[in-house]
Design a binder for this molecule. Structure first.
Ligand SMILES: *[C@@H]1O[C@H](CO)[C@@H](O)[C@H](O)[C@H]1NC(C)=O
Ligand SMILES: *[C@@H]1O[C@H](CO)[C@@H](O)[C@H](O)[C@H]1NC(C)=O
Ligand SMILES: *[C@@H]1O[C@H](CO)[C@@H](O)[C@H](O)[C@H]1NC(C)=O
Ligand SMILES: *[C@@H]1O[C@H](CO)[C@@H](O)[C@H](O)[C@H]1NC(C)=O
Ligand SMILES: *[C@@H]1O[C@H](CO)[C@@H](O)[C@H](O)[C@H]1NC(C)=O
Ligand SMILES: *[C@@H]1O[C@H](CO)[C@@H](O)[C@H](O)[C@H]1NC(C)=O
Length: 385
């Protein structure tokens, strides 16, 4: 009888944890103000060795490579109007968020079109100030005319990745190797023309002490918690189901390998993934007379080669939990690890982010969890009788 009592109290305590899977908006990038809060790179691609010049903000704006369209969407694109002479680079965009977001954050991006085509290498990702010590999370990344998106994390030595609790397929398991811990998306329409034809989709990334979790939904499958959310409302992630990629802290201590992350959106061309050897040949080797990425794609006319090389983004929202400090004993329990939506998240505020929006709903959630805790004690007492 006593054992049952303790059990039921623990069970209801676990319920109290699951009732607080809510997040509040700390920053919404959308509409006419989408581009405030980002730094434009303003230099050639000396990071992934692509054949692009990433414009500064004034050139990006005047050349029409970063703008808000008539529907209020952010367009970020490769130059498709210039006939680039052999030996020169093509203009493109790379932007980095001025805010960095700490463990305890959630990022949601709603995208209508992702750049694709031979030589094209787009990414939506995050990294800490020192690479790779502060970690990297790749949320959207693919090359050329690949059929699917790939998600990944990159860290220093000691962080590995299994294949539990995710829908995608693990490709790399040592996150310190150059390719990182890659998870291939297996749901349809995550990249290339199929993504756009389905109306785009949404990715959500939960950056949590218990792990890093990435979900993808093609437009028809986006959950109501997201379609009904607006730029200020809090969000409940408890019905999202199994993530498409799960990087669990039991084999990769997230707080050890990751610092607060800046978000990045960029498009490069060719470079050390899209442009080399087998990677390029796999889908694009026959796309021109030389079989070389730069010569057959980047040099020469921009259209039609780069007509699909653009991001069309409805919004990016950064959220944080507004919860009291987590109970250390609950983190790491197998039940919590196996289901990220049950995890207790750190409430560390994003640094440099406005935390004004953290107030929403937290009072209600705390009252709700208090209510359930009281209920669990009451039921525990009842079961003694
Ligand atoms: C890339 O170029 C920028 C200047 O545009 C420089 O600050 C940075 O150190 C360079 N990075 C590498 C890895 O060469
Ligand atoms: C932007 O880049 C162009 C080309 O490199 C340069 O001429 C211009 O001065 C830069 N503008 C700003 C505001 O830095
Ligand atoms: C956003 O949603 C919340 C409820 O979730 C509502 O109170 C608020 O009025 C909405 N804001 C706008 C601008 O629609
Ligand atoms: C994870 O890393 C943090 C920060 O480095 C450390 O405080 C904590 O003890 C580590 N947890 C485990 C289980 O090793
Ligand atoms: C890629 O294709 C080109 C020409 O079609 C060929 O020269 C090169 O050896 C190929 N590279 C690989 C790694 O298959
Ligand atoms: C460049 O691509 C856009 C679509 O991104 C297309 O509307 C436009 O016609 C293209 N420009 C040229 C010069 O073909």
């Amino acid at each position: 009888m006593l054992r049952l009592t303790v059990f039921s109290m623990l069970w209801f305590a676990a319920l109290a944890v699951s009732a607080v899977a809510g997040y509040d908006v700390v920053r919404d990038y959308s509409g006419q103000t989408f581009f405030s809060g980002w730094d434009f790179y303003g230099g050639y691609d000396n990071l992934t060795l692509g054949d692009v010049w990433w414009l500064n903000q004034s050139d990006a704006t005047s050349q029409g490579l970063a703008y808000i369209d008539s529907e209020g969407h952010a367009i970020i694109k490769v130059d498709n109007t210039t006939n680039v002479p052999l030996g020169q680079k093509r203009n493109s965009i790379r932007i980095t968020s001025q805010d960095a977001y700490d463990v305890g954050s959630l990022w949601i991006i709603d995208v209508n079109h992702i750049p694709y085509g031979c030589s094209v290498w787009p990414a939506f990702w995050s990294f800490g100030p020192n690479w790779p010590e502060d970690g990297e999370i790749d949320i959207i990344e693919a090359i050329n005319v690949m059929g699917n998106n790939q998600m990944a994390i990159h860290t220093t030595e000691g962080c590995t990745h299994g294949s539990q609790n995710q829908l995608g397929t693990t490709i790399g398991t040592d996150c310190s190797l150059p390719a990182g811990c890659v998870v291939a998306e297996t749901s349809p329409n995550s990249y290339e023309s199929g993504f756009a034809a389905a109306g785009g989709g949404v990715w959500a990334t939960q950056f949590d002490v218990s792990g890093i979790y990435i979900w993808f939904w093609s437009r028809p499958n986006i959950p109501a918690s997201i379609t009904q959310a607006n730029a200020t409302s809090s969000i409940d992630i408890s019905q999202w189901g199994t993530p498409h990629a799960s990087f669990l802290s039991d084999t990769c201590n997230i707080t050890q390998y990751f610092s607060p992350q800046n978000l990045v959106i960029d498009i490069t061309l060719c470079g050390d993934w899209a442009g080399v050897g087998w990677n390029y040949n796999a889908t694009c080797g026959n796309s021109g007379p030389t079989g070389l990425c730069y010569n057959d794609c980047v040099a020469g006319p921009g259209s039609p080669r780069y007509d699909e090389a653009y991001f069309d983004i409805s919004y990016i929202r950064a959220y944080t939990t507004a919860l009291p400090s987590p109970s250390a004993t609950l983190i790491g329990s197998p039940t919590l690890i196996s289901s990220p939506t049950l995890s207790v998240t750190a409430s560390t505020a994003n640094n440099r982010g406005s935390s004004g929006a953290r107030k929403l709903d937290s009072g209600r959630q705390i009252r709700w969890s208090l209510f359930i805790s009281v209920l669990s004690v009451a039921i525990g007492a009842l079961s003694i009788l």
